[in-house]
Design a protein around this ligand. Structure first.
Ligand SMILES: Nc1ncnc2c1ncn2[C@@H]1O[C@H](COP(=O)(O)OP(=O)(O)OP(=O)(O)O)[C@@H](O)[C@H]1O
Ligand SMILES: [Mg+2]
Length: 293
């Protein structure tokens, strides 16, 4: 090869690298493009590049008010990410967007590097393995703890199909494991209506866990709980970390302090700060808008 050709080749390689860098998203991991060109099985969530959820420059307005404003954020598989921020910051709206309840006006939302969540309906997104817990517990009060968990496995809601439904051994094992995880092993046959507020919350989390979700979104899970229930919920979340990815929105700072690795502070629909709780608590802008002086 002539020196000329060598030089030309080096120039091309440099241009390619520069173009590639530009094409990457502005998120910490290099954006979802970081996962491109890897082998991927259709239908599976591709996390080979180390991220399970990406939001890139997402915006949504309600009657001209920007509830979410150029929001970029990503989460690693198995991570327990805490989201804090003042009322109206857009935390719940962000979850609405991830779960397909609200469509953004702009931006991209990806589950792994290949699944464009904006192309799917809310029910399809739930089926893919994104479970969501709203603030109010929604368990079936007339049914027992066991029946509630069993029901969470039923995909065919037709009455006859439900009556014929029997757990296979794998599902029975899963149910036993989940009951233990949510601290309700002693209340298996108890009617859900008689559980405490905290226990109902755990049961609902258990119902989500029966589907073995890859990503769990939890909006203010300890609101209304006693201190003891809050502590047990912290233990529960720490035990789920690693097996599932979790996004937890909370205002309870001592709870956040117990469970958090990375905390993202949302304000006016975008990320104001991110880091350990100590780091964001020391951030002047965060103190100004949220924590107070
Ligand atoms: N469907 C909607 N229509 C109109 N406005 C909405 C809608 N959903 C949210 N908003 C507005 O968007 C903003 C963000 O609301 P959001 O509920 O996401 O805040 P949040 O961070 O969850 O607050 P909180 O801590 O109080 O739960 C608020 O000003 C809210 O009134
Ligand atoms: Mg909210």
């Amino acid at each position: 090869m002539t020196p000329d050709l060598l030089e030309q080749g080096a120039r091309h390689a440099e241009q390619y690298r520069a173009a590639h860098a530009v094409a990457r998203g502005n998120t910490e991991s290099g954006g979802r493009e970081a996962g491109f060109s890897r082998l991927h099985t259709p239908g599976e969530v591709d996390t080979t590049h180390g991220r399970i959820l990406y939001l890139e420059e997402v915006s949504v307005s309600f009657d001209g008010f920007k509830a979410i404003n150029q929001l970029s954020l990503d989460i690693a598989p198995g991570e327990l990410r805490c989201i804090i921020g003042p009322n109206g910051a857009g935390k719940t709206t962000m979850m609405d967007i991830i779960t397909g309840k609200t469509r953004p006006d702009a931006g991209r939302v990806f589950f792994g590097s290949t699944i464009d969540l904006l192309r799917y309906k809310e029910s399809e997104i739930a089926q893919m393995g994104i479970g969501r817990k709203f603030q109010k517990p929604t368990v079936f009060e007339q049914l027992s703890v066991f029946e509630n968990l069993e029901l969470a496995l039923k995909t065919n809601k037709a009455v006859t199909a439900s009556m014929l439904f029997k757990l296979d051994s794998k599902q029975s094992d899963r149910l036993a494991e989940v009951i233990h995880t949510i601290h309700l092993a002693g209340s298996v046959s108890r009617q859900a209506g008689y559980l405490s507020h905290g226990q109902k919350q755990w049961l609902e989390i258990g119902m989500l866990l029966m589907q073995d979700p890859k990503l769990l979104l939890l909006d203010e899970p300890v609101a209304g709980m006693t201190d003891e229930e809050t502590e047990r919920t912290a233990e529960l979340f720490l035990s789920l970390k690693g097996k599932h990815s979790l996004m937890v929105v909370e205002h309870d700072m001592s709870f956040i302090n117990t469970i958090s690795d990375i905390v993202t502070v949302l304000c006016d629909g975008s990320v104001l700060a991110q880091g350990t709780l100590a780091q964001v608590q020391a951030d002047e802008r965060v103190i100004e808008v949220y924590l107070g002086r």
